[in-house]
Design a protein around this ligand. Structure first.
Ligand code: HEC
Length: 255
């Protein structure tokens, strides 16, 4: 009671206090804004954590699928792996680490052949292809082969065979031209490892593209064989024009 009477005729909020209140409310507003953005940021980082966890789960699931693909029923009678290509490609695309697991499960890769593959015909003198053709071939390789046969040409055993030191690559170009045009399936042993997979036909490549890419692989990765010409490819394309099914290794005499 006495307080009320003592405050008498002063203004309800004296000027100085009003100024302080203004400062305090500014500071409070600042704190609220800071706190809010901190919370928003925190939410962002916890979303990242969720995303990381989801990726981890996906990897674990892929590893499990890869393992399933390698169980006994997934093997052929000769012990090679029967892995449907689309599964293999999907697995590799989702998680490159799966490949390391497949390789670990398949045991050590066989040592590459000691000597480079022999040139197609011993009487043929090896002629280095032009830098331009090698460059064009490397570009076609990067566009059409690299996902499976890898930048190193070592492939991804036991799913994709190597082109490095590979006799078929350095041999008669007719075979790889056929694989590229119509595809290849069936068991095939390359550098001591048996594959039983499928190479789909490679789409969108001209005769020149095929000549360039084969020249590139025949003179890279330890291979030493002469260039392939677009005319050679053209003749094989014409001779196989009616073919609508993939080549099988058995039909081509490949083992
Ligand atoms: C989608 C994956 C894939 C792509 C793309 C692909 N290949 Fe293949 N390639 C394979 C598979 C799988 C085999 C083994 C097929 C089998 O098991 O019968 C193979 C086999 C081969 C072989 C015979 C085996 C060996 O290692 O010597 C050659 C040569 C070859 N590929 C060259 C090429 C070239 C050149 C390109 C690009 C123009 C290419 N491949 C693109 C998957 C692929």
């Amino acid at each position: 009671m006495s307080d009320h009477s003592s405050s008498g005729n002063r203004p309800l909020i004296p000027g100085q206090i009003a100024a302080w209140l203004g400062v305090v409310s500014l500071v409070a507003a600042g704190l609220i804004v800071t706190g809010y953005s901190y919370l928003a940021l925190r939410q962002g980082t916890s979303e990242d954590a969720l995303r990381r966890q989801a990726q981890k789960d996906l990897r674990a699931e892929n590893a499990k699928k890869a393992q399933a693909l390698l169980t006994e029923p997934a093997r052929n009678a000769d012990g090679s792996f029967r892995i449907p290509l689309k599964d293999a490609v999907a697995l590799v695309a989702k998680d490159p680490k799966v490949v390391a697991k497949l390789q670990a499960a398949a045991g050590p890769a066989p040592a590459p052949a000691a000597a480079p593959a022999a040139p197609a015909a011993a009487s043929n003198v090896f002629v280095k292809a032009s830098d331009e053709q090698m460059k064009r071939g490397a570009a076609v390789y990067a566009r059409t082969c690299i996902a499976c046969h890898q930048p190193t040409g070592l492939g991804l055993p036991p799913v994709f065979p190597p082109l490095a030191n590979a006799p078929i690559v350095a041999g008669n170009p007719e075979l790889p031209v056929k694989f590229i045009l119509q595809g290849l399936m069936g068991p095939i042993t390359v550098n001591g490892m048996t594959y039983n997979s499928m190479m789909p036909p490679v789409a969108g490549v001209s005769d020149a593209d095929i000549a360039d890419v084969l020249t590139y692989v025949r003179q890279s990765f330890g291979n030493q064989a002469n260039a392939v010409t677009a005319d050679q490819v053209k003749a094989i394309r014409a001779a196989t024009a009616g073919r609508t099914t993939m080549w099988t290794t058995a039909e081509l005499g490949l083992k």
